[in-house]
Design a protein around this ligand. Structure first.
Ligand SMILES: [Zn+2]
Length: 493
């Protein structure tokens, strides 16, 4: 934790407590989950009313015991004897590192409190619960909230307000008020205002500062170490269009993440600009499209083209289209073995064969864990006669991250104007350290505190103090595969 702060063994009176249960990991990204308790510290424990912001998981991995997954341990909060019963869970958005442990707890038979989220977030959660064959009788109550809406019915809490944040799919930040204190949790975000999907609500952020509403700011620290801002999506669209214009007679193929609505919209925009049909491959993209199209801003309105033609790769018409009329979008930008892209590369797809008529754009960041896989897949493509393969790169980017970079984080903090302190969320120790360095010597902003999973801050009228309370470590459970994933979590901690 940060220097210069008073360590208090206990505190009296009502206060707002902040304790990351996951996401502030020593290594890697995953299991985002923040516990907020309005109450008091009694005999070394938190007593009061609790909510969670997010309940994500780590990626599942093969181990000698089988498929295993790490996620936050919240069993103490769900116990009937809990001194701080869990009143609600608020989900920022539908990425697995923010929502997947909801599914793990439901399938293991735990009763979760009501879950609040945006329409799209809850639709994705329903799809995940169905996909893991969780009986609807075991689902928590799902309550929809929209940006700008404030929930005032949670016992102990004055309000939880949803704030629109730009990311790669609809995301909400939350402004939580209790015990006379305000905490703003940014969620995953970027400030780019050129996205096709809904951007960050800068006006609301600025109003927080004007109103002196925020004591503690919790910031996405994933890309705190990178200078500048994220590349604007408008620049990415222009770069892809420049390449498309070079190859008017080729078939265009964008390899993307199926969980990135902004990239799907960007592909649709490119199809619209080049007069092509958008053809999608794989269930992840299909699910994302279905959920987008059922909402207030379906794909054709995002790209402002009522004539936009979208087909599944399974549609019989697709086989009759000439290459120059097709823009394929395929999931699998991390080289995932079972995703559409890898399957097409291996010649296993019944819908698509790559050849000399194809141009392939890899629209995702190159990272240590996907670079080797993508290079091997590119070799397979070359062996099939594909000459034009474009990787994302700094000089000519084909993809923009959904996480704001260092200078943008400072911009957000200056808009919000936290009065007491800043903490890093969503990051490894190194990424959260980078956040601390980024804010060092900025006289107009408060100190960045180091808080790891389980450590607890107390906010009250006297300021922010560290406490001796330590929450549980991440839980690791085996996921059995019998047609569905099913986590085995012991009921008692
Ligand atoms: Zn995300």
């Amino acid at each position: 934790m940060g220097d210069g702060l008073k360590l208090v063994a206990s505190g009296t009176g009502r206060a707002l407590f902040y304790q990351p249960r996951g996401g502030c990991n020593l290594e890697g990204i995953g299991s985002n989950c923040t516990l907020l308790v309005c109450g008091a510290q009694i005999d070394g424990r938190l007593k009061g009313d609790a909510i969670l912001i997010d309940l994500g998981a780590h990626p599942a991995r093969w181990t000698p015991e089988g498929m295993t997954q790490s996620f936050p341990d919240i069993r103490d909060l769900l116990s009937p004897e809990s001194p701080a019963p869990l009143r609600a869970i608020f989900l920022t958005h539908a990425h697995a590192d923010h929502d997947e442990a909801v599914v793990r707890y439901c399938e293991a038979g735990f009763r979760l409190p009501p879950i609040y989220g945006e329409r799209e977030t809850l639709e994705h959660l329903r799809a995940k619960l169905r996909g893991c064959m969780v009986a609807t009788s075991s689902w928590p109550e799902l309550r929809e909230i929209a940006p700008g809406q404030r929930v005032e019915t949670i016992p102990g809490f004055a309000g939880v307000e949803a704030v629109a944040m730009g990311h790669t799919r609809p995301a909400l930040g939350f402004l939580v008020k209790a015990a006379g204190q305000g905490i703003f949790l940014s969620a995953d975000f970027k400030l780019d205002q050129t996205t096709l999907t809904r951007p960050t609500d800068m006006a609301r952020l600025h109003a927080m500062k004007a109103g002196g509403e925020v004591d503690l700011l919790c910031l996405d620290s994933t890309r705190a170490g990178q200078d500048g801002h994220t590349v604007p999506e408008a620049q990415i669209r222009a770069n892809r269009l420049m390449l498309a214009d070079k190859f008017p007679n080729h078939r265009l193929n964008l390899i993307i993440s199926g969980h990135n609505d902004e990239t799907i919209a960007g592909a649709a925009w490119l199809a619209s600009q080049t007069g092509r049909f958008l053809v999608h491959h794989g269930t992840a993209i299909e699910t994302s499209l279905r959920i987008t199209n059922a909402g207030p801003q379906p794909l054709h309105t995002l790209v402002n083209d009522d004539e936009l033609q979208v087909f599944s790769a399974r549609a019989s018409i697709v086989k009759r289209l000439s290459p120059s009329h097709v823009l394929n979008v395929l999931a699998g930008i991390n080289g995932e073995k079972l995703a559409s892209f890898a399957r097409v590369c291996r010649g296993e797809s019944e819908h698509l064969r790559f050849g000399a008529e194809d141009v392939v754009l890899l629209c995702g960041s190159l990272r240590p864990w996907n670079k080797g896989k993508l290079e091997k897949l590119a070799d397979l493509l070359r062996a099939q006669g594909v000459e034009h393969i474009y990787f994302n790169n700094e000089e000519f980017p084909l993809h923009a991250t959904g996480h704001e970079q260092g200078d943008g984080l400072v911009t957000l903090a200056r808009h919000v104007g936290p009065k007491q302190a800043i903490v890093g969320l969503h990051g490894s120790e190194a990424q959260r350290e980078a956040l601390c360095r980024r804010f060092t010597d900025l006289a107009d902003l408060p100190e960045v505190l180091r808080v790891d999973n389980g450590q607890t801050l107390r906010l009250d009228g006297a300021g922010v103090t560290t406490t001796s309370i330590q929450g549980p470590a991440l839980i690791q459970a085996t996921i059995r595969h019998h047609g569905s994933a099913r986590a085995a979590i012991p009921q008692a901690a």
